[in-house]
Ligand binder design. Structure first.
Ligand code: S3P
Length: 450
């Protein structure tokens, strides 16, 4: 849906070879965090390469509502004048985080240990997502939360001015929950501890260290234990946001399934807590290479080169890898459709509470395009039809979910008859230049009449 709530149907017909260089935008996770930590430090943080998708723009607006000065200087170039840990002011109005689970959950954590109240809401997708996973641990600090049934938005957080630090074991593998607890811990005296059985993305820990907080990570009996010392003075930083591996996944995977393709996607962040898709694709036999491997801004980075890969095989993706590719299962299920044999994805039940129920959304849309899929609560299995084997010709629902919309458009590019989505509008939340970027590589993306 566009910003005006009008659906934007789109069709991707079968594409000719995709070739050229795809410069994808900045990392969404790192973009949110750079604005939030900038707002919690004292002085001016400079950010370049910020993702200017709607999700991140909503976080920028929220930081201004909590009293930070947030200024756009140029394309992807932003300045944040922070108010310091504990310095947030009470917003005058409801905070609308749009479609963004990361935005709302991290911001709730960041304000939870300041004695102010704030009410949060979002679009229909965000209002249906569980927030108890955030308000439960925040309650441990002494924060109160009043939401709809099941802890759904709209929800009011009443922050505490007398926080006690928590020692919290994540009940679900979620970087959003981990980050909310760590951000709340910033304004609690003493040590806040988060324990996670599966390693989730660690951008918050890395960036907190960069801003001068004391954060230690250790592995104790197979569990990752993160310890944060509360009430630091965060020092403003200059942050160069690396390009987003989750966005890169779309041109990379489209190149793997469209005959004759050869695409270079430069400067992609390959933090091991994010790179599970690329490991999986290489195991499937994808012609995918890392070129010019280097480090930028504390994160490992490489140029990805993807070529049409007609001999990919289905594999079992182990459950312990799920967290490192949690946003990439929809596009993996597309690649799996063009492999020989079955691809089994295990340990993926968190997909059911993303912007949509991504297992159901992909299963229904893939079946409508001739691919057979089996699902349980926690697994998804895709029966591959081999290179050029996907008939297409069907329509798929995006369900207010950017990654579902982009995945089905990529399916269409590799299929015989193309694929339509009912609404490409949500793509703007994370990858506003997806359509021109794919067209530049040679794809055809047709806006349909409503
Ligand atoms: C994110 C964490 C993940 C991911 C989301 C971004 C983050 O969510 O799906 O797109 O930036 O921390 P969960 O923490 O719910 O797994």
């Amino acid at each position: 849906m566009s910003a005006h709530g009008v659906p934007e149907p789109m069709t991707a017909p079968a594409a000719g070879p995709l070739t050229g260089v795809a410069e994808v935008p900045g990392d969404k996770s790192i973009s949110h965090r750079s604005l939030i930590l900038g707002a919690l430090s004292v002085g001016e943080t400079r950010v370049t390469g910020l993702l200017e998708g709607q999700d991140v723009l909503d976080t920028a607006k929220a930081m201004a509502a909590f009293g930070a000065e947030v200024e756009r200087r140029g394309e992807g170039e932003w300045r944040v004048h922070g108010v310091g840990v504990g310095g947030f002011a009470e917003p005058e109005d409801v905070i609308d985080c749009g479609n963004s689970g990361t935005g709302v959950r991290l911001i709730m954590g960041a304000m939870a240990t300041t004695p102010i109240a704030a009410t949060f809401t979002g679009d229909a997708s965000l209002r249906s997502r569980p927030m108890g996973r955030i308000t439960d641990p925040l309650g441990g600090f002494g924060t109160a939360a009043y939401g709809r049934q099941g802890g759904r938005l709209p929800l009011t957080i009443v922050g505490t001015g007398a926080a006690v630090p928590v020692d919290y074991t994540l009940p679900v593998p979620s970087a959003q929950v981990k980050s909310a607890v760590l951000l709340a811990g910033l304004n609690a005296p003493g040590e806040t501890v988060v324990r996670e059985a599966e390693a989730t993305r660690d951008h918050t820990e890395r960036m907190l260290r960069g801003f001068g907080a004391e954060v230690e990570t250790a592995v104790e009996d197979g569990v990752r234990v993160i310890r944060l010392q509360g009430q630091p003075e965060l020092r403003p930083q200059s942050i160069a946001v690396p390009r987003d591996p989750s966005s890169a996944a779309f041109p990379v995977c489209a190149a793997l399934v469209v005959e004759g393709s050869d695409v270079l996607v430069p400067g992609i962040g390959l933090n091991p807590t994010r790179a599970g898709l690329y490991t999986t694709l290489r195991e499937m036999g994808a012609d995918l290479t890392y070129e010019n491997e280097r480090e930028e801004g504390g994160e490992p980075v490489a140029d990805l080169r993807a070529r049409f890969s007609p001999s990919m095989r289905g594999i079992e993706v182990p459950p312990e890898r799920a967290a490192s590719m949690i946003d990439e299962f929809p596009i993996l299920s597309v690649v799996a459709s063009f492999a020989e044999g079955v691809t089994v994805m295990r340990g993926v039940k968190e997909l059911r509470v993303k912007e949509s129920d991504r297992i159901d959304a992909m299963a229904v849309g893939l079946r409508a395009n001739g691919v057979s899929v089996e699902e349980t609560e926690d697994t998804m299995s895709v029966h591959g039809l081999g290179p050029k084997g996907v008939p297409g010709g069907g329509r798929a629902e995006a369900r207010l979910d950017h990654r579902i919309a982009m995945s089905f458009l990529c399916l269409g590019m590799g299929s015989a008859k193309g694929v339509s989505v009912d609404d490409a509008g949500p793509i703007a939340t994370s990858f506003p230049v997806f359509v021109p970027l794919m067209e530049e590589l040679g794809a055809v993306l047709r806006k349909d009449n409503r």
